[in-house]
Design a protein around this ligand. Sequence first.
Ligand SMILES: [Mg+2]
Length: 126
Amino acid sequence: MNVFFDVDATLIADDRSLRPHVHEVFEKLLQDGHDIYIWSGVGLRWDVIKQHNLQDKIKNCFVKPLWGHHERLASLGVEPKPDFCIDDHMEIIMAFGGVTVMPYYYPNQRDQEMLRVYEAIQKAAN
Ligand SMILES: [Mg+2]
């Protein structure tokens, strides 16, 4: 599947630190044959991707349509279409499918949301 991850409060906290288990889950998704994309409503986030050394695990990075979700995919150059999204905003999941996560605002080493995300993707893929 084409798996699309949001950035702020999904993969990183307000201080830009990485949510626990991101590298581990990305690795497992790649092993399972999925393609990982990162998108954000506030622009292209290559800075975050490189800061956390995620560039080798992702296929591409896009701007996420915050309105006119499906209609604007082409004009934003989002290709391929998302099959499964992970986002702290329900609106995106309602538009494209996937799973919401508890917003990650502050560093918390006990956060396990990414492990739950992996299970949800596995379930959706089977
Ligand atoms: Mg977000």
